[in-house]
Design a protein around this ligand. Structure first.
Ligand code: URP
Ligand code: ZN
Ligand code: ZN
Length: 479
């Protein structure tokens, strides 16, 4: 079965070109004009539309067991909603409990993800350390297509990684050609502030941002980056929300270190006033970590994205319904942390990025798919509209408009952090490996149609990393 996407403007991270796109057996087989098209080819008219790579959301948590409950979105509902929003690949997280074997956790998550409608891959978290963790990291990289490991510097008494774990895991990642990623918040400081605030009677959601100040993020970002610098390994900071963390990234990059930053659509657009809303449920629905910040942080994050200091956008899609959030009625520290957005990221970024002149369409492609594909080494199979790439394609109507609401979204959660936002620029057709999964409001996602994406180790940047390491290898003084 072949499909021709006809008459659109093809956008890649580098170019905008009027061209048709031919898709056969799940792959892009031709891009150009006057293409030789086999008889019986289905034609999708794309006049007036952009034709772009499907989005890659490099940070989601479908059905994550977390803080005494399980995220409401499963791998089918979440990836289906993603495709309604133009995202065709997610990178989720395997998060072993402390002392749980990495391999056991990995196989558990692989089982859960079998019902994914879109393609998916996994970062694996390192939450503890011993020789088996060291060995399992090797097995995951060599035999299971994992090339990134996650470290939570927050969540003390649960999954927090201390400096010893960071040192061991970052060093092992370097040997394996894998990239360490970090949730940068000083977990000890957050833990102490939570106790202090609750003791002072601040038990509602307004305590959440007070317990996680931007300085706690800046400190941890600096620590993770400095460790990575000393070890000589690239590092990727997830959900950068504070100007203090961004400044650490800018400093390190300007000194020649390979440091990457991800920003969430929510952190770009929502400010911390939500936590002082008089409706407890409304305020609690926004509890996620790091929290939404004061408006000057948003301005800094947009500039960071425009300047290329932040390379990727994500959602940290981790949904909890109102009833689940109420587990923290007596203390904000018990409200399950997480918010959604996998369906909304692309349109929210188009509306507030491209339509405001902050981003060109090519820059939009870079920050919604191509850069993540490069960093996590699946480019150009993903993140590109070019011959040989997977036919994960979105036909994007820049004039189509809607108002986001939990009443109409496809995400399995009863709230939406972008509730009431009118957005312009929407996917009219989404294709996942050549199959139409979303067309004109009709969601055709199929459970189990998604494939696990192996991500090879030693992304191109590791060539430079290894050369630099050779040149600075310490030598003993012969005496
Ligand atoms: N972000 C959040 O609040 N929940 C998911 C876990 C994490 O990414 O920290
Ligand atoms: Zn996190
Ligand atoms: Zn997360």
């Amino acid at each position: 079965m072949s499909i021709l996407i006809k008459g659109g403007t093809v956008v890649t991270a580098e170019t905008e070109t009027r061209a048709d796109v031919l898709i056969q057996s799940g792959l892009i087989t031709a891009v150009g004009t006057g293409l030789d098209v086999p008889a019986g080819t289905e034609v999708i008219e794309a006049g007036g539309c952009y034709v772009m790579p499907g989005g890659i959301d490099p940070h989601t948590h479908m059905q994550l067991p977390f803080m005494g409950t399980v995220a409401s979105e499963d791998f089918y509902t979440g990836t289906a909603a993603a495709m309604a929003g133009g995202t065709t690949t997610i990178i989720d997280f395997v998060i072993p409990s402390p002392k749980q074997s990495l391999m056991e956790a990995y196989h558990t998550w692989r089982g859960w993800a079998e019902k994914s409608a879109s393609d998916y891959s996994f970062h694996v978290a390192v939450t503890w350390w011993d020789q088996t963790v060291h060995d399992d990291m090797g097995t995951l990289v060599r035999d299971h297509g994992v090339n990134s490991f996650k470290h939570f510097m927050a969540y003390k008494n649960a999954i927090m990684a201390d400096d010893e774990i960071l040192y061991n895991s970052f060093s092992r990642a370097l040997e394996l050609g894998a990239i360490p990623t970090v949730h940068a918040e000083n977990g000890e400081l957050v833990f102490q502030l939570q106790k202090k605030l609750v003791a002072e009677g601040i038990t509602g959601p307004e305590g959440h941002p007070l317990s996680r100040p931007p300085e706690a993020e800046g400190e941890a970002a600096n620590r993770a980056i400095r460790l990575a610098e000393v070890i000589g390994v690239p590092v990727y900071l997830v959900h950068v929300s504070a100007e203090q963390a961004l400044q650490e990234i800018i400093r390190a990059r300007s000194e020649g270190h390979r440091v990457f930053g991800e920003v969430l659509a929510g952190h770009l657009l929502i400010d911390d006033s939500v936590y002082r809303h008089p409706d407890w449920d409304y305020a609690a629905a926004h509890v996620m970590s790091p929290p939404f910040r004061a408006p000057h942080h948003q301005a800094a994050l947009w500039k960071g994205l425009q300047a290329g200091h932040l390379q990727t956008t994500a959602t940290d899609h981790c949904c909890f319904c109102t009833e689940q959030k109420r587990m923290g009625l007596d203390s904000f520290a018990k409200i399950p942390n997480g918010t959604g957005g996998v369906e909304d990221r692309m349109t929210v970024l188009w509306t507030h990025g491209v339509r405001t002149g902050r981003l060109t369409p090519s820059e939009f492609v870079a920050v919604t798919s191509a850069n993540a594909a490069r960093i996590f080494n699946i480019y150009p199979r993903k993140g590109a509209v070019q011959v040989g790439a997977d036919a994960d394609v979105v036909v994007w109507d820049p004039a189509a408009s809607k108002t986001i609401s939990a009443k109409t979204h496809h995400q399995k959660v009863d709230t939406n952090i972008f509730e009431g936002m009118t957005v312009t620029g929407l996917p009219v057709v989404t294709l996942s490996r050549g199959v139409v999964t979303w067309k004109d409001g009709d969601l055709r996602a199929v459970a189990g149609a998604g494939r696990y994406i192996d991500r090879p180790a030693f992304a191109p940047m590791f060539g430079a990393v290894q050369k630099a390491a050779e040149l600075r290898r310490p030598t003993a003084v012969p005496r």
